[in-house]
Design a protein around this ligand. Structure first.
Ligand code: HEM
Length: 388
């Protein structure tokens, strides 16, 4: 039984047209794609499921389509209480105060990447700017040595594009390389620990669950998890923003003329172009939702991108409206026990990346075909731009 087909070719807007239809006519929808899954598109249903980790769990399947070929990657792949020590170990390294230390680093990274693009008069804003930026930032946050930063940038870029192009072999190979890097990092920090207050791997090694150290393989999985959740979304969102600002040159100029508007603009772009279309849960037992029977363990996509355009919550949901009064209700970073741990760092990356792009150009516009992502992301993956 198929209420919608996520494999249909898409444009930047077409999934949202489909989600408007589903929200009003079939809010708990089923698709046969990828072995079959359900999709929630109404804001309340998505927010309730994300907030109810007892009945909607992540340990069976946390994303549609399923991309993990290998072991468990905490904290996302575990349910509380097992999930919590991993989250608790990482959280102090992602507070506003800790994250603020990286602002000059991110600015240098953005300016360095833009130098190269400016020499050419433009380029692919995703491939050359918004994909390498979060990987390099992450490498600094992980205290990787310079030579490792370049390797991570290359392998991360390969993984990112392999997942998006549905290239299973390349995804497996690059994922294995990311695992090797994470494993070597754990071995190295065991021999040469850094201060857990500034180093994620050392913090995970120092953490205890019921008095016991966390298992090494789970620490490796955590590092591998954090790396991937943190790189794809900024790549895609900056791509979607570039398309929007190219189509709305007045808004582009308004933001360039007053950079103090950029943080609010980023919040609205996160709502309008929510880059993670949705993560998944499975019900802990058979349930009935809005009259549809869902069996235990059947994957349910919480479509954050659809919830964020629900007209019941966001007036004129398909429009960019700066400083919406209820923008804090946006689900771009999820909600509940698995809500994004890196949201402060992600916001800083996005703000600095957009500021630098605006400051270093007089204007930019799309000059060729835009390539789009697919589920579980949504938005632009490749955007050729001309700078002037
Ligand atoms: C624009 C950028 C980002 C977006 C839109 C985003 C979005 C999200 C969302 C929607 C979730 C919830 C997943 C779920 O409901 O199952 C999540 C979880 C998570 N994110 Fe982010 N994220 C971003 C960047 C980052 C960064 C930079 C980091 C780390 C440095 C990060 C670390 C995490 C972690 C560790 C989790 C899992 C938390 C848990 O399971 O307890 N994210 N993110």
């Amino acid at each position: 039984m198929q209420d919608f087909d996520p494999l249909k070719p898409e444009t930047l807007d077409s999934p949202h047209e489909e989600y408007h239809r589903l929200r009003s006519q079939c809010p708990v929808a089923h698709s046969d794609a990828w072995g079959g899954f359900w999709a929630l598109t109404r804001y309340d249903d998505v927010a309730n499921a994300a907030s109810d980790s007892d009945n909607f769990i992540t340990s069976v399947q946390n994303v549609v389509p399923k991309v993990a070929f290998t072991g468990r990657r905490p904290p996302l792949h575990l349910d509380p209480p097992e999930h919590t020590p991993y989250r608790r170990a990482l959280a102090p390294l992602l507070t506003a105060k800790q994250v603020a230390r990286f602002e000059p680093v991110i600015r240098d990274i953005c300016n360095d990447l833009l130098d190269r693009m400016l020499e050419q008069g433009g380029g692919d804003i995703c491939n050359e700017y918004s994909a390498p930026m979060p990987i390099r930032t992450f490498a600094h946050w992980m205290n990787l040595p310079d030579e490792q930063i370049e390797i991570l940038a290359e392998v991360g870029r390969r993984y990112n594009f392999a997942v998006q192009s549905d290239d299973e072999q390349e995804t497996k190979e690059s994922s294995a390389l990311l695992y090797d890097m994470a494993r070597n990092l754990v071995l190295d920090r065991k021999k040469n620990p850094l201060d857990p207050a500034i180093d994620a791997t050392s913090a995970l090694l120092a953490a205890r669950a019921e008095g016991e150290p966390l298992p090494d393989e789970m620490i490796v999985g955590t590092i591998r998890q954090v790396l991937v959740v943190g790189i794809i979304a900024p790549t895609v969102l900056i791509g979607s923003i570039a398309v929007h600002l190219s189509e709305h040159p007045d808004l582009q100029q308004k933001l360039r003329d007053d950079l103090s508007l950029v943080p609010a603009a980023i919040e609205e772009f996160l709502r309008l172009y929510t880059p993670y279309r949705g993560f998944a849960r499975t019900p802990a037992k058979d349930i009935c939702l809005r009259g549809r029977d869902i069996k235990k363990d059947e994957p349910i996509a919480l479509v954050y991108a659809a919830a964020n355009r629900d007209p019941e919550v966001f007036e004129r949901p398909d429009e960019f409206i700066l400083n919406r009064p209820n923008i804090k209700d946006s689900l771009a970073f999820g909600r509940g026990v698995h809500g994004c741990l890196g949201a402060t760092l992600a916001r800083l990356e996005l703000i600095v990346a957009l500021e630098c792009l605006l400051v270093r150009t007089n204007s930019f516009e799309v000059n060729g075909p835009v390539r789009l992502t697919r589920m579980p992301e949504i938005g632009a993956l490749s955007v050729p731009l001309t700078f002037s």
